[in-house]
Design a protein around this ligand. Structure first.
Ligand code: HEC
Length: 128
């Protein structure tokens, strides 16, 4: 009787058991893979029509965002923004906390400065 198939099977189940053991070896209270995301400031949506905030945000956009998101950015570097599809909280979250290849700006800009760029992106003035 050939012993190889049984040996192969035993090896396969040993591997499976090992994988299961590794999967369960994580401590139950291990931190989640992603860092916690800071929540947007309260009342953000109410500030979106503030003209001074919008023009402050436009400058920030020109300085920091156009080289990835602007019309002249290298194609494929970052998605074309679709402001109509966004809420203020969504844009604030992406800009403040970052997301995948989108860099976080929380160490660079205050929550108010981020509110300014959000107001600009969601304004009628927005022109990538
Ligand atoms: C280094 C290039 C880079 C810079 C600079 C950058 N972004 Fe991004 N951004 C990205 C990439 C890449 C994504 C797509 C992330 C994903 O969904 O995987 C993204 C996603 C976003 C999204 C979400 C788009 C969507 O439809 O899901 C918003 C909003 C955004 N960026 C705004 C900004 C703003 C505002 C700035 C300037 C403060 C900025 N980005 C600067 C690369 C960049």
């Amino acid at each position: 009787m050939p012993s190889r198939p049984m040996g192969g099977l035993a090896a396969a189940s040993a591997t499976t058991l090992l994988l299961i053991a590794v999967a369960f070896a994580q401590p139950a209270d291990s931190p989640p893979e992603e860092a916690p995301r800071d929540p947007p400031p309260a009342g953000l949506a109410d500030r979106m029509k503030d003209a001074a905030l919008i023009s402050q945000g436009e400058k920030l956009w020109q300085d920091q965002c156009t080289h990835c998101h602007g019309a002249k950015a290298y194609p494929g570097k970052a998605p074309k923004l679709r402001p109509r599809a966004y809420t203020p909280d969504f844009v604030w979250d992406r800009v403040h906390n970052g997301f995948r290849a989108m860099p976080p700006w929380k160490e660079v800009y205050s929550p108010d400065e981020i509110a300014a760029v959000v107001a600009y992106v969601l304004s009628d003035d927005f022109f990538p």
